[in-house]
Design a protein around this ligand. Structure first.
Ligand code: KG4
Ligand code: ZN
Length: 333
């Protein structure tokens, strides 16, 4: 079975072809980071135009590389939300048109369910039940997976997502967008104990996150140093900020594990590429952890193809009218 995956929810145009459950025949990703970084964030209108330019050539290249004709596909899986409306429209409308022209079934995928599947691409041994920590630019949540398609949201962020906090912190420090990889890189040479920022919601027994207070603590610290005329110790600030984010994520995933008795954990989304988080999760003896390879932590079409195929095998063909873009789609049940 051949599945074409299409991802255009934000600023990455992704196309991938999957054979059967998890064999990746080819994957393409056209990142717009360079286009957006000069604005300090994603410009929605611009992202949609770039998807329009990039998507069909990528589909064409992917099919050529795999030696497959469009008509030979068994399924097209496309992200239908959550995300930026203009970006989603380009992906969904293109997928609908291709599905009709080639006579291939179409399925809409929740971007978060896509992230949930990312660690599974290389992990045949990960079976439900497990807990999925999704940490991206738009979401920070812990989902209990009792079966594929049977999900329970155990907790999420009250305010900023972890990736959003990274991006905002980077702006405070005068670093480029996206901030996560920059802070991760600079933190490697910093002292993580140099600044005593608060670890969010450290002493609560609730599975929830909050990152806006930490971001504000960083902002005040930077102001204080600037007012004192001191040069900013960027690496120490990055390392200290990162220690608190990672500690908060680790605390809550361990709390969720303790509360549910589930010790199999997966993490995905852009922030799961973070080196300190990966190390903290992997060396924490209390749980067994699955992480996607680095290139599949951030948005990609392989995860969409795998999630779409899995849903298609469970639910069968859905009407094309169900495949509509929904920027605020959230529930992944
Ligand atoms: O999953 P993703 O590609 O897009 C969304 O669905 O949001 O995640 C992008 C986010 C950005 O906020 C970026 O700063 C963050 O992931 N990110 C990282 C790292 N790489 C990407 N955050 C921390 N450390 C990283 N190494
Ligand atoms: Zn994402």
């Amino acid at each position: 079975m051949f599945t074409l995956g299409i991802e255009t929810s934000c600023d990455d145009t992704g196309v991938a072809v999957l054979k059967d459950e998890r064999e990746v025949l080819c994957e393409y990703l056209s990142s717009q980071i360079k286009d957006h970084s000069r604005f300090g964030g994603v410009i929605p209108e611009f992202a949609a135009r770039k998807h329009l330019e990039n998507l069909l050539p990528l589909v064409d290249a992917a099919l050529r590389e795999c030696g497959i004709r469009g008509q030979d596909l068994d399924l097209i899986a496309v992200t239908r939300g959550p995300g930026l409306m203009g970006s989603l429209i380009v992906g969904v409308q293109t997928a609908r048109a291709l599905s009709q022209v080639w006579g291939v079934p179409l399925i809409g995928v929740n971007h978060l369910e896509g992230h949930l599947f990312a660690p599974l691409v290389d992990a045949e041994d990960l079976e439900p039940p497990f807990l999925s920590l999704i940490v991206s630019g738009g979401h920070t949540e812990i989902i209990r997976v009792d079966a594929f398609g049977k999900y329970e949201l155990l907790g999420e962020t009250r305010d900023d997502a972890a990736g959003e906090a990274y991006d905002k912190a980077a702006r405070v420090l005068g670093l480029k967008y996206p901030g996560g990889p920059e802070i991760d890189r600079l933190a490697k040479n910093g002292n993580a104990k140099a600044f005593d920022f608060p670890v969010p919601l450290k002493n609560t027994d609730k599975i929830e996150f909050s990152f806006s207070g930490l971001k504000t603590a960083l902002l005040w610290q930077v102001k204080k140093l600037e007012e004192a005329g001191q040069e900013l110790p960027i690496e120490d600030l990055c390392a200290s900020f990162q220690r608190c984010v990672v500690e908060a994520l680790l605390n809550k995933i361990l709390l969720a594990s303790k509360k549910t008795g589930i010790r199999q954990i997966s993490a995905s989304g852009g922030v799961s590429a973070n080196s300190t988080l990966r190390e903290a999760l992997s060396t924490c003896g209390k749980i067994r952890v699955w992480l996607p390879k680095l290139s599949r932590c951030t948005d990609n079409a392989v995860m969409i193809a795998m999630a779409g195929r899995n849903a298609f095998m469970r639910r069968g063909r859905v009407g094309d009218e169900e495949v509509v873009p929904d920027p605020s789609l959230h529930d992944i049940r």
